[in-house]
Design a protein around this ligand. Structure first.
Ligand code: GRF
Length: 193
């Protein structure tokens, strides 16, 4: 595939709820020539999400929805995504479950990053559960989103070794560093780059 430039890049939205460190790493990636995507929109369900600051810093449009009425919110969201010609959605620490109909509408276009070696440890509190089970390895996964939680087709995974005195905090930190590398790689992979 030829390298995509400027306006040829695939218009992408990133959905966040918290710190947005994966958002930041994706933004950094989009500054590289080899990136097939450009981030045009940041969506959050949380007005206080720290990651929203990257909208201001990197001059990316951002929108916050409270998701109280999911149908109403998703309809608004769909119209904003369409208006901005968004073709790919990257979930990055987004803590709301999207409806089946929303996921169907963007089938094969929504990616997520999860801090475990899926299919193991779907859902929340992954690091705690991994340590409680005395696992030797953990890691992170980028996958396509389908209607079942953390269950869509896996794109890429990265393993990390669990050390003797590992704590939830040290493991989370170690996995997060790998997440920042893995998400851009997974995007290159889905575009055969
Ligand atoms: C990451 O560990 C991600 O895998 C999980 O939530 C965390 C988000 O971190 N889904 P950040 O907001 O990208 O810093």
């Amino acid at each position: 595939m030829a390298i995509l430039t400027g306006s040829n890049k695939i218009r992408t939205a990133v959905f966040i709820s918290g710190n947005g460190s994966n958002l930041k790493s994706l933004i950094k990636f989009t500054k590289k020539k080899k990136s097939p995507i450009s981030i045009e929109l940041i969506i959050s369900n949380n007005l206080k999400a720290k990651g929203l600051k990257y909208g201001k810093i990197f001059k990316i449009k951002k929108k916050v929805f409270n998701f109280e009425n999911i149908k109403f919110t998703e309809n608004k969201l769909i119209s904003i995504l369409e208006k901005n010609e968004i073709k790919i959605i990257c979930l990055a620490g987004f803590m709301r479950i999207l409806s089946k109909s929303f996921i169907k509408k963007f089938k094969g276009k929504i990616l997520n990053i999860h801090p475990s070696l899926l299919p193991k440890y779907k859902g929340l509190n992954t690091h705690k559960r991994v340590l409680n089970n005395n696992e030797k390895y953990s890691g992170c996964t980028v996958h396509f989103v389908n209607s079942k939680l953390d269950s869509g087709k896996i794109i890429l995974q990265k393993k990390v070794k669990i050390l003797k005195n590992e704590t939830e905090e040290t493991l989370a930190k170690k996995v997060l560093i790998e997440e920042h590398r893995l998400y851009p790689k997974a995007i290159l992979k889905i575009f055969n780059l």
